[in-house]
Design a protein around this ligand. Sequence first.
Ligand code: HEC
Length: 102
Amino acid sequence: MKKIILILLLLASTLLGDYEKDVKIPSVTFPMAQDENFKAIQRNCQWCHSHGYILNQGKQSREFWRASVVKMRDVYKAPITQQDEKIITDYLFKYYGNNKEE
Ligand code: HEC
C-alpha cells in the first residue's frame, strides 16, 4: 500500500511540476514580393505551409513553378483554379524566376 501511495505521489509531482524557465521560440518570417497578384498567393498558398517552402526553392524556371502549383493541386488537393494557377505561376516566375522557360 505504501509503495502505491509513493508511486502515486511521484507521478503527481511530475504531472504538476511547473516549468519555470523562459522558452523563446524564434519567429521566422518569409516576406514575399508585394504586388496586386500577391493576393492569389495569400488565397492559395499559405494555409498548408509557410512561404518558406516557396522561397527556399531559389530562382527557378517557369515550368518548375507551373509544375509546383499543379502538384499542390493534383497531389495535395489544394483547390487552385485554372485562373489562379496562371496568375501564381506568372507571379512566381516574375519574382523568383531564373529567366528560363523550361
Ligand atoms: C493543401 C495543402 C497545400 C497547399 C494549399 C499548398 N501546398 Fe505547397 N506543399 C504542400 C505539401 C504537403 C508539401 C510537401 C511537404 C513536404 O514534403 O514536407 C508542399 C511543398 C511545397 C513546395 C516544396 C517543393 C515541393 O514540391 O515539395 C513548394 C515550392 C510549394 N509547396 C509551393 C506551393 C505553392 C506555390 C502553393 C500555392 C499555389 C502551395 N504550395 C499551396 C501542401 C500544400
